[in-house]
Design a protein around this ligand. Sequence first.
Ligand code: NAD
Length: 473
Amino acid sequence: MDFENSYQMLINGKLVSTPTNFEVLNPATEEVIARAPCATRDLLRDAVTAARNAFPIWRDTPIAERQRVVRQIGTAIETNADALKRLLTLEQGKARAGADWEIDGSAAWCAAISEQSLTPEIIENEKNHFVETRRVPLGVIGAITPWNFPVLLAIWKIAPALLTGNTMILKPSPFTPLTSLKLGELVQSIVPPGVLNVLSGGDELGSWISSHPDIDKISFTGSTSTGKKIVQAASNTLKRVTLELGGNDPAIVMPDVDPTAIAKELFWAAFQNSAQFCVAAKRIYIHEDIYDAVRDELVTYAKTIKIGNGSHQGTELGPIQNRMQYEKLKDLIADIKSNGSKIALGGDVPVGQGYFVPITIVDDPSEDSRIVKEEAFGPILPLLKFNDINDVIARANDTHYGLAASVWSNDLALARKVAERIEAGTVWINEVHVFGPHIAFGGHKQSGIGVENAREGLAEYTNSQTIMQRQLI
Ligand code: NAD
């Protein structure tokens, strides 16, 4: 069964409509699929007041009850998984396998986070003196999410924030608000009024949230440029921030790997979710001994991949999610052609409906070309040759990003040495895109501040509080 095609915001436990709303498109057809409410400043104020009022009660609710609520959110996702997956594909464009990964993953995340807790640390336990450091929730969290994984990235914030006793205002991207609004509807009867509020609107809603004096922290996933604006806005009230930002992840392929076997792995490392993935491999450095073989195998494999409307059976990769990103990618392709780089595959954007960009593989462009330096965030991949380890590590690190990276080799000891010299928050060896509720994830350099997931991620929704006590008599 599908959801009804009506979308409302969740504020203080009630579903709220607005007189003005905005269109949401299916990126595969450019047809309007629904209209989403457009929050006003007054509605944001109502939501913050509700979240603020709910905070002390929720904070003092026993952890077992908060864990139960987080688990129930996961159950609601699981129960409505089919409808959520169809809606996700409609608004985001991703194919069914991608929707399965995201929605099933969101339910699993809630289940796993609901088992977590932060135990206090006893620092001193002497006869006359006792010192304990414990974690206390921050208050009201503003969660702002992007359009590539709208449900999973929202859950990465909702589950730990609520578990640790905070209340929340969630604002999805204006390009993909529908699944988040439905999530709000689904949890209406699970989460106490005011504890989770879901508001949709344009980018301005994001800036109202990040400058709001009664919001204590911004947990943001999105671009580095927006992350910088959030830090500026948050500085007014010294809000805490967790920022998961852009990346330009290098993959380093050593000469001892089998080109045929590695090509398929590298393909998905780069093109999963049509490469609209913060941790997609965005520059692949291949040792010169196997460069031609890996390039040719990659091209051969890429030709077998079916791109199309994510709702159609057999589609493996969907369209680009929105026109702005689609135009940016067309501009990058024009730049590649004008600077004379060789194109091993793709490069011709079809005319017609939908934001479709073909898988495009660029054959050893110059290191300072835009496709190497910028985060494409779409299916255009530069392959680059190297012959010296020190040189390739320097090139891999020559970026202001530092989100993730991968090293591919049969020599694990050597791969490990290389991995340790990469400036990134996550370095995978012979795998990519492995995440977990128990695995800390976050960017170095301008890819972010702080981490999500694991104990460290949970702690980011808290302040440290030290209690010391002395016996008087
Ligand atoms: P974006 O920065 O344009 O938008 C993200 C969110 O911020 C949206 O909800 C948007 O409405 C809101 N926003 C826009 N302007 C704002 C402002 N001034 N103040 C507050 N909020 C504002 O990013 P996007 O295009 O939606 O997502 C793509 C980017 O996200 C890529 O750079 C990608 O690498 C990054 N990303 C990072 C991660 C990660 O975990 N590090 C994960 C996914 C995506």
